[in-house]
Write a protein that binds this ligand. Structure first.
Ligand SMILES: Cc1cc2nc3c(=O)[nH]c(=O)nc-3n(C[C@H](O)[C@H](O)[C@H](O)COP(=O)(O)O)c2cc1C
Length: 219
């Protein structure tokens, strides 16, 4: 059983990666072989709307036709049993690199041919389990005010449409800097952020672990 963890944060030792690492440990505990890929290490663009994946004579078989640094990752995604996408929230959405990755992952994998139930076919056809993990500054109690559950649900809905399954995990009120005293801020209080990091972040990491384990156990 193979589980891929896609890091959509430019930072490799902060909140999103910590959450992905916990989810990886959970998947490993349930017997999965795991790997993390850092999108910001790769040179690629989003979908170029070439429609090579939708041609009648297409040989892409669900993997984007563009030959760049993302293609080997997309091939691994096709083979993976579990796909966990982790991203910070940047202006109410996933990061640009994660968005571009998702276009290149989902569009070729999903088909324009409907099956007998009127649902689009999926070229991958292996009952993949997927999840989105989001980390963000907004505190949990303000999620609705920012409309995040509704906005972010669109990502999971698209993943579900293509792969048939997608869970979501929100990690709120993250600690953003190593040393708040160096930065010009009065929107957040370092003491509040530090308290949340100490009291709540370990629970977030436990939830990420449980998510990884659950996905692997159900595969
Ligand atoms: C460009 C940029 C935009 C951001 N926009 C938002 C936002 O709209 N909502 C939010 O809750 N946090 C926002 N944040 C905060 C990050 O989502 C948050 O700190 C996240 O946990 C960072 O992940 P990382 O520690 O893995 O890099 C933004 C951060 C950056 C750098």
């Amino acid at each position: 059983m193979k589980a891929l963890f896609i890091n959509g944060s430019p930072r490799k030792n902060f909140n999103t990666v910590e959450a992905l690492e916990s989810a990886m440990k959970g998947a490993q505990a349930a017997g999965a072989e795991t790997e993390r890929i850092n999108l910001y290490d790769l040179q690629y663009k989003g979908c170029m709307s070439c429609f090579a994946c939708k041609l009648k004579i297409s040989k892409t078989e669900g993997v984007c036709a563009i030959k760049d640094a993302l293609r080997p990752v997309l091939e691994k995604c096709k083979e993976a049993d579990i796909l966990v996408l982790g991203s910070p929230i940047y202006y109410s959405s996933v990061t640009g690199m994660m968005r571009s990755f998702m276009e290149r992952l989902m569009f070729p994998a999903g088909s324009y041919i409907l099956d007998e139930n009127g649902k689009p076919n999926n070229y991958f056809k292996n009952g993949k389990k997927t999840a989105m993990i989001y980390t963000m500054n907004v505190p949990e109690e303000a999620l609705d005010a920012y409309n995040y559950p509704q906005i972010l649900k669109a990502n999971a809905d698209c993943m579900k449409m293509v792969f048939g399954h997608c869970e979501e995990l929100y990690i709120c009120n993250t600690y953003q800097f190593k040393d708040y005293s160096k930065y010009d801020i009065n929107m957040f209080k370092e003491e509040d952020k530090a308290r949340h990091r100490k009291d709540h972040f370990p629970i977030d990491l436990q939830n990420a672990f449980a998510l990884g384990k659950r996905l692997a156990e159900s595969t």
